[in-house]
Design a protein around this ligand. Sequence first.
Ligand SMILES: [Zn+2]
Ligand SMILES: [Zn+2]
Length: 258
Amino acid sequence: MKAAFLTGVRTIEIREIPAPRLVRDDDVLVRSKAVGVCGSDLHYYLSDSVGMDRVSYPFIPGHECAGVVEEVGGAVTRVKPGDAVVVEPAVSCGTCDQCRTGRPHTCRKLLFLGHYGELTGGMAEFALAPERNCVPLPAKMSVVQGALAEPLSIALYAAGLAGSVRGKTAAILGAGPIGLCAAMVLKAEGAGALFMTDKVEARVKAAGTAGAEWAGNPDREDIAAEILGRESIGLDLVFECCGDQPALDQAVAVLKPG
Ligand SMILES: [Zn+2]
Ligand SMILES: [Zn+2]
């Protein structure tokens, strides 16, 4: 099969390699159809380190992956060849203490799709994943929409941490894909007035389309003053979606006390 290897900083090579084969009876071979480019993929592409971690090249990136089932192991019942699926990229072992106490995301042997030194990513013709990581796509969803399930799940989880968001005022600081996903979730769940910020003008515009009552650029505007000018008692919720210290300071400034 053809596979896109990240071979170094700013270097991608298409190589011909053998397709993965079913090994375990719960394995599913997925023909990869759509793969998102995550912020982490950009780190791997632009720099050979992520925080304290050194990237080890070459590897096949792509963890936001959706496709069509090609072949299944003998014990697989949830999906069959031809089914469209989203692949959940975190593959847990199912047997360690964390997995056995309902915390598979902190599995001691967690392996991640498209992470160097771990599992082959989706930027290849085929990817292999256990049945429990293959989520069937509803017929009304395309595989491209399916590839967005992973970033959307981050927004859903964040909104869940906030409890009920219905009627609550909120700010989302950072209107990249994660911030925009958060906006869609808040609007779908009936949140109140929504304020969004970003330093990239196209994203400020996109925030308006995603349902923000007001969207601004911190390079141009005093974010706390603009938001508090519109909601003088402060906001119920803030989602910090950019990882920037000034945004954390703005979050504290615009929140209601307590
Ligand atoms: Zn991602
Ligand atoms: Zn485990």
